[in-house]
Design a protein around this ligand. Structure first.
Ligand code: SAH
Length: 377
């Protein structure tokens, strides 16, 4: 592959004339390096700088000759975003990042610690075109899809802040956006995460969380990438789901469960059914029973998420006793129920909270960019 082909294939959002190296699959990176008539060990050196050492500049690639670093810098870039703000929770060490992309758009990512595990919660879009009533991200203006490089750069930036713990990292697509609406770039990012010369992460380390899009869930399953899936079910009947997640009301609960089962069977991984607890809306004993029964329709596990209100007072979640009662309603039917505990409540760590806050305080809106992928549901 010539340098020109690569540049055409993957465009850098901020500098369309330069290839963003973390946008390239590892095969493409090797092709790019070969197009300079360089030996393959140079490719291995560059891949290691990108994925083991998380550099943000060619100047840091100190085992490459200076002239080569200069030449590469003319044609390529190694960072598509920079950190605007980073907040650390005094309560649990959760770190919340607000990143600025090359075109001025902002996205957020969160790093959470649970004992020996670290989870990176990454964004797949600038904002979200969907309007789930309980989610802050949908309240802001939708920007565009992220490129694979912008997704990978979030992971690099987060890894850089916890260098000693890198082998305990999980990545969840639970930040801003809907991954199924940006499937080509999300899939490319997973390919880079999976690659032994990339982040070398397996399926239990990567979770794609989706509102559910049956055709694209099957498409992702057929790509044979190594990742797990979480379906944000959030309701047990079609009418209830239509009220909570109006933009995706055209898919029935049955269709979503079928697609989730397909993914589980293809990947060999149990799919998580996520369920945000919204008091009085989806938390009756009949809901608990229906949720339990739905979870038996495939290799599924249930993850209950107490609603995180942030500054929004429109909805309420359940008390600890009410959560236990809801679980008792599920248990006769389900094989696995867990409850997600909230992280970083002092730093706006719920989905989209920091981002919507910074949009409100922003003088000038980001330049509108048309999304590179298909975002229509
Ligand atoms: N669009 C994807 C990923 C982003 S949201 C999806 O919907 O799955 C990630 C998870 O956070 C989803 O399960 C969503 O239902 C949940 N969520 C969104 N807003 C929330 C809030 N305020 N409190 C608790 N969970 C929330």
């Amino acid at each position: 592959m010539s340098r020109e082909d690569t540049a055409l294939q993957v465009r850098n959002e901020s500098r369309p004339d330069r290839v963003h190296l973390r946008d390239l699959t590892l095969d493409e990176l090797q092709g790019f390096v070969r197009s300079y008539d360089l030996p393959d060990y140079r490719y291995r050196q560059i891949a290691s700088w990108l994925y083991d050492k998380q550099v943000g500049d060619f100047a840091e690639m100190t085992d490459l000759p200076l002239a080569l670093r200069d030449r590469l810098g003319q044609d390529a870039s190694v960072a598509a975003l920079h950190t605007r703000t980073m907040q650390i929770s005094a309560l649990d060490g959760t770190k919340k990042f607000l990143f600025e992309l090359g075109d001025g758009n902002l996205i957020e990512s969160v790093l959470m610690r649970h004992d020996r595990r670290i989870t990176f919660c990454v964004s797949s879009q600038v904002g979200c075109p969907l309007d789930c009533v309980f989610c802050q991200t949908g309240k802001g203006v939708f920007g565009r899809n992220l490129t694979a490089g912008e997704i990978i750069d979030q992971i690099s930036a987060l890894k850089k802040t916890c260098a000693d713990d890198v082998d305990k990292v999980n990545v969840v697509f639970m930040g801003m956006g809907e991954p199924m609406l940006n499937l080509p770039h999300v899939a490319r990012a997973i390919q880079i995460m999976n690659d032994p010369a990339g982040f070398d992460m397996g399926s239990r380390r990567i979770t794609v969380s989706t509102v559910g899009h049956p055709r694209r869930m099957r498409q992702l399953a057929d790509m044979s990438l190594r990742c797990s899936m979480a379906l944000s079910l959030n309701a047990t009947t079609d009418s209830q789901r239509g009220r909570l997640m109006p933009a995706v009301s055209s898919y029935t609960v049955t269709e979503l469960i079928d697609a989730a089962r397909y993914f589980a069977e293809k990947s060999g991984r149990r799919v998580t059914l996520e369920y945000v607890l919204l008091k009085g809306l989806n938390t009756s004993i009949a809901d608990a029973k229906r949720l339990g029964k739905l979870s038996r329709k495939g290799p599924f596990k249930i993850n209950l998420i107490p609603y995180n209100a942030g500054r929004d007072t429109a909805y309420e979640t359940l008390s600890e006793d009410e959560i236990q009662e809801f679980i008792r309603g599920i248990l006769p039917y389900a094989s696995s129920v867990t409850v997600r505990r909230s992280k970083g409540p002092d730093i706006d760590a719920a989905c989209g909270q920091l981002w919507t806050k910074s949009l409100l305080s922003r003088k000038k809106p980001a330049r509108a960019v048309s999304p590179p992928g298909d975002t229509a549901l």
